[in-house]
Design a protein around this ligand. Structure first.
Ligand code: HEC
Length: 479
């Protein structure tokens, strides 16, 4: 009796015209879904089902209400108020209420005109690139098994240095390509690591070698990266592109051959572009520890503008925060992710460049949960986790892209960062055990030269001399 009444009630709800203020699909819901969901939720794209028609949405109305309320969808990890980013994917509280209300009233379609689903460009989002680079062979993944992380090598065949204005990654098979990171290698090492021509090599955390640059990253729904005026990525002649792809298997054997479109600038950039790696490899998380904190800091050796930030950790990380502490004592929040999800990593680009003066200190603090209560924990029962490349290891990095006043400043910026980093280490003396004897001996020599009061550590007033010395040393032409 009860059950049939419920059924009758919901049939009645769906059949009758809704009250005027009840949200309907045609008038209220379709515009929200078309703007925020359909670019991923359509055939051939990454999401498991389409959200284009009334039927698509109505049969999942309750689930859509729940998952949007929990802010799981649309996927966007940056907490509002901590960094002002481009292409923000976040529903307003009002939109959430509209969806909730619609689902609670039996998901009415409404009358009036049926909404027309948006047309998605099936070509390049940022226009036809100058040159298109495709993975040199298709790569096959099986129907089932663990996710795969693979680095593919694409020769760029540049016979002189080239400057890239626009980078657009296009997944060859959007059903399985979960994200991609683009690195540059001039050493030829990546080529040597390929297991077979065009088949790349297994790589989890990073490409596993010293890279010479990066062309950014891609995750589903990401917009192509277009450099601001005066800025460009430099591709050194002879560089290979390393395409690191994360494949999520989908129950069927699949193939992928992804492409990257590059648009070049004839003029060399007038500004410098560089990547700062903020990170800490000292990670050793006891099994069961639900609040393990990893910190890192870096000091800017010159004025710089942050243009993007790419936080990176593996499955155990839950909370990531990066702040900039300016010399005048003010603090600029750079990003805060409160529910990190390894599956939704990507680059967050600032709406306008964040100007940071010399001596600004960037602090990152990441929190890891290695307890059994963490649903993302790859080990059950939990086990001790250390820094490393495997998904069952952990990492703590934030890659911050900076523009500098001129391209000539890039190398000085890099050696400055290195010098500040070493100065930070020496502020606590030399920890020979952590460093190993050879490196400890080198650092001890350096410390002895600048530790003028001989107290065994580098004091704040001794610091500038060491930093200047190290920058000058890097500037001397190498024989
Ligand atoms: C950037 C791509 C993207 C956008 C934008 C997006 N989704 Fe999704 N959605 C996915 C993917 C991929 C999945 C599969 C689960 C996963 O990988 O997290 C998914 C899963 C879902 C699910 C099923 C969740 C589950 O637990 O099985 C629902 C419901 C959903 N999305 C609704 C929405 C709605 C509603 C919007 C817009 C408000 C939206 N999505 C926007 C990519 C997207």
């Amino acid at each position: 009796m009860r059950l049939s009444m419920v059924v009758l009630a919901s049939v009645a709800c769906a059949g009758l015209a809704p009250a005027a203020d009840t949200p309907t699909f045609n008038r209220d819901i379709a515009p929200i879904l078309y703007k925020n969901c359909s670019n991923c939720h359509r055939p051939g794209e990454v999401a498991p089902f389409a959200l284009l028609t009334y039927q698509d949405a109505a049969k999942r109305a309750k689930q859509i209400a729940q998952i949007t309320d929990a802010r799981v969808m649309p996927p966007w990890k940056a907490t509002p108020g901590y960094g002002d980013f481009l292409d923000v994917r976040r529903l307003t509280d009002r939109q959430l209420a509209t969806i909730r209300d619609w689902a609670a009233h039996g998901a009415p379609e409404g009358d009036g005109q049926k909404p027309v689903p948006p047309k998605f460009p099936d070509g390049w989002l940022a226009g036809q690139p100058d040159q298109v680079f495709k993975m040199t062979a298709a790569y096959s993944v099986p129907a089932e098994g663990a996710d795969q992380f693979r680095c593919f090598v694409i020769p760029l065949n540049a016979i002189e240095d080239e400057y890239v204005k626009k980078v657009e990654f296009r997944p060859g098979n959007a059903k399985i390509v979960h994200h991609a990171i683009l690195f540059l290698d001039t050493s030829g090492e990546a080529r040597r690591r390929e297991t077979a021509p065009g088949q790349g090599y297994s790589c989890v955390g990073g490409p596993g070698l010293d890279i010479t640059g990066s062309l950014g990253g891609w995750a589903p729904g990401a917009m192509p990266s277009v450099a601001r005026d005066g800025v460009a990525h430099t591709i050194k002649k002879g560089s290979d592109l390393i395409l690191q792809i994360h494949y999520h298997l989908d129950g069927k054997p699949e193939q992928d051959q992804s492409t990257v479109g590059l648009t070049f600038s004839k003029e060399p950039p007038t500004k410098g572009l560089t990547l700062m790696v903020l990170g800490n490899e000292k990670i050793d998380i006891p099994a069961g520890d639900s609040h393990y904190v990893v910190k890192a800091s870096a000091v800017l050796p010159m004025d710089a503008e942050a243009s993007a930030i790419f936080p990176h950790a593996h499955y155990l990380c839950k909370d990531m925060k990066v702040d900039a502490h300016l010399p005048d004592g003010s603090v600029i929040p750079m990003i805060w992710i409160k529910d990190w999800d390894f599956n939704w990593q990507g680059s967050y680009r600032y709406a306008s460049p964040v100007k940071l003066p010399k001596d600004t200190r960037l602090d990152m603090q990441y929190v890891y949960d290695n307890s059994a209560a963490n649903p993302h924990n790859p080990s059950n029962p939990p086990k001790e986790v250390k820094f490393g490349e495997e998904t069952t290891n952990e990492m703590a990095f934030a890659f911050v892209s900076f523009t500098l006043d001129s391209p000539d400043e890039v190398s000085r910026f890099r050696s400055g960062i290195r010098a500040e980093f070493i100065a930070d280490m020496l502020a606590n003396g030399v920890d020979a055990e952590a460093l190993g004897p050879e490196r400890a001996a080198q650092l001890k020599m350096l410390l002895n030269a600048f530790d003028r009061n001989h107290n065994g550590k580098l004091d704040p007033e001794e610091r500038p001399a060491l930093v200047q010395f190290m920058i000058k040393r890097d500037e001397r032409p190498k024989q």
